[in-house]
Ligand binder design. Structure first.
Ligand SMILES: [Zn+2]
Length: 108
């Protein structure tokens, strides 16, 4: 189920996503007005990685907070690096900073 439907008590979303790592130290940032759940990792050598934001939303809403901190939270990719099909034995070091701000519907 889409996160927006899982959290009907949320009236508005602001999600800022910034990825850090490869191929550039600072990768493009995104800002959404909806709870985007997954982003692919930008590291060209990474396989099986990506950034799952659903757990961040669940934790925030469960605790009734309106944001996840002034600087958001940093989450690791956790994929593995490959050269072609050959594993390099390295965990992808890309990370993403996710800053979430929500407002709640009155009375919910
Ligand atoms: Zn990765």
């Amino acid at each position: 189920m889409a996160a927006a439907n899982r959290f009907p008590q949320v009236e508005s979303w602001s999600v800022e996503f910034t990825e850090l790592g490869k191929p550039q130290p600072v990768l493009p940032s995104y800002k959404w007005s909806s709870p985007v759940e997954n982003m692919a990792c930008s590291n060209p050598a990474c396989a099986g990685g990506g950034f799952a934001m659903g757990p961040l939303y669940a934790e925030l809403i469960a605790s009734r907070r309106t944001d996840n901190g002034a600087n958001g939270e940093s989450i690791p990719c956790g994929g593995s690096e490959f050269a072609g099909r050959k594993p390099l034995g390295k965990t992808c070091q890309n990370r993403a900073t996710v800053k979430i701000t929500v407002t709640y519907r009155p009375g919910k």
